[in-house]
Ligand binder design. Structure first.
Ligand code: PMP
Length: 321
């Protein structure tokens, strides 16, 4: 029988699709459909690798309680794994993240603790600081994707080789965002080993410090942005910024409109970070004078943002439409 023995086996091996109805200039643009993972985001991969690494190291065993700070998708990936392996899950998530993510997490039986979105790292109400404190107070295991090497490893061992094989090694550029930095460090390392000429391109929301850091080497004060899951107010431990060759800053409006356009023209319903990546990828493609194969990620499903970016009323209220 051609069957999977459980849902976790269905993580990864996501399809790659060409976007042929967008203005990609001389380039071909491909989207890796991470939204097709069972938890509907790229974070399923790291949920498995981080939990299995902690088990192997003897830090956790089924029955224990895990806590994680997340924009939501890592939480949803962890919820799949926790359900199948028998862990209790606590999720700390800033209040700007969509209600769909919270409902989805609670449906899995995870406890969701919301925190302020308007404070930065080091503030006692910042989501990562809250998760760390709760873990220490209660003896829960803090997964901490921002400093966890198993996050990098998942992308180095699975996402990156899949991209390489799907394009028969004919990869010229990859456009990515940074949340924890796991995807850039894992995919970037793999690609540069295969071919140092592969360009790694950062798509950064306006207000994040990362694109500016690449250009100037300075860390400015962070602003705010509505796109979820990418953009940072600090440089995560596992994020190797030296792997990036180029950076684009994308406004909320440009990113969200790009995602809506992707849905109308390609019938691919990605989330808000997908829109930011796509907007940067299109600018990159249009600037090229030679034909190139460019890859970007459909990081998660747009179903998570039906009340926000796919809701015209919300878009108008925010001044994006
Ligand atoms: N897109 C979405 C929707 C995410 O939730 C995340 C992770 N927070 C990313 C992109 C960024 O990936 P990474 O954490 O590997 O940098």
């Amino acid at each position: 029988m051609k069957v999977y023995s459980n849902i976790l086996e269905m993580i990864g091996h996501t399809p790659m699709v060409e976007f042929q109805n967008l203005d990609t200039g001389k380039c071909r643009l491909f989207g890796k459909m991470e939204s097709q993972n069972p938890g509907a985001s790229i974070k399923d991969r790291i949920a498995v690798s981080m939990i299995e690494a902690a088990e192997k190291a003897g830090h956790i065993k089924p029955g224990d309680t895990l806590i994680e700070a997340t924009a939501g998708n890592t939480g949803l990936g962890l919820a799949l794994v926790a359900s199948q392996k028998g862990y209790t899950l606590k999720i700390v998530m800033p209040d700007k993240m969509s209600m769909e993510k919270e409902y989805n997490l609670r449906a899995f039986g995870a406890e969701v603790i919301r925190t302020r979105s308007d404070v930065g790292k080091g503030h006692p109400e910042y989501y990562q600081d809250v998760a760390k404190r709760l873990s220490e107070e209660n003896g829960w295991f803090f997964i901490n994707q921002f400093s966890n090497d198993a996050n990098i490893q998942a992308h180095y061992e699975t996402t990156a080789p899949e991209i390489w094989e799907q394009l028969d090694g004919k990869v010229d550029a990859i456009v990515l965002g940074v949340g924890s930095g796991g995807t850039i460090t894992g995919i970037g390392r793999y690609m540069k080993e295969k071919n140092p000429n592969v360009e790694m391109v950062l798509a950064d929301p306006e207000g994040s410090i990362l694109a500016d850091y690449l250009k100037t080497g300075d860390i400015k004060e962070a602003g705010s942005w509505v796109v979820e899951g990418i953009g940072e107010d600090f440089i995560p431990d596992i994020c190797d910024m030296s792997l990036f060759d180029k950076a684009y800053t994308v406004s909320d409006k440009e990113g969200l409109m790009a995602a809506r356009d992707l849905m109308r023209k390609e019938a691919v319903m990605g989330g808000s970070s997908t829109g930011t990546l796509l907007a940067a990828a299109l600018r990159y493609c249009q600037e090229q004078t030679e034909p190139k194969n460019v890859v970007t990620l459909v990081c998660d499903t747009g179903n998570r943002y039906l009340s926000k970016m796919y809701n015209d009323e919300w878009m108008k209220e925010k001044g994006f439409l």
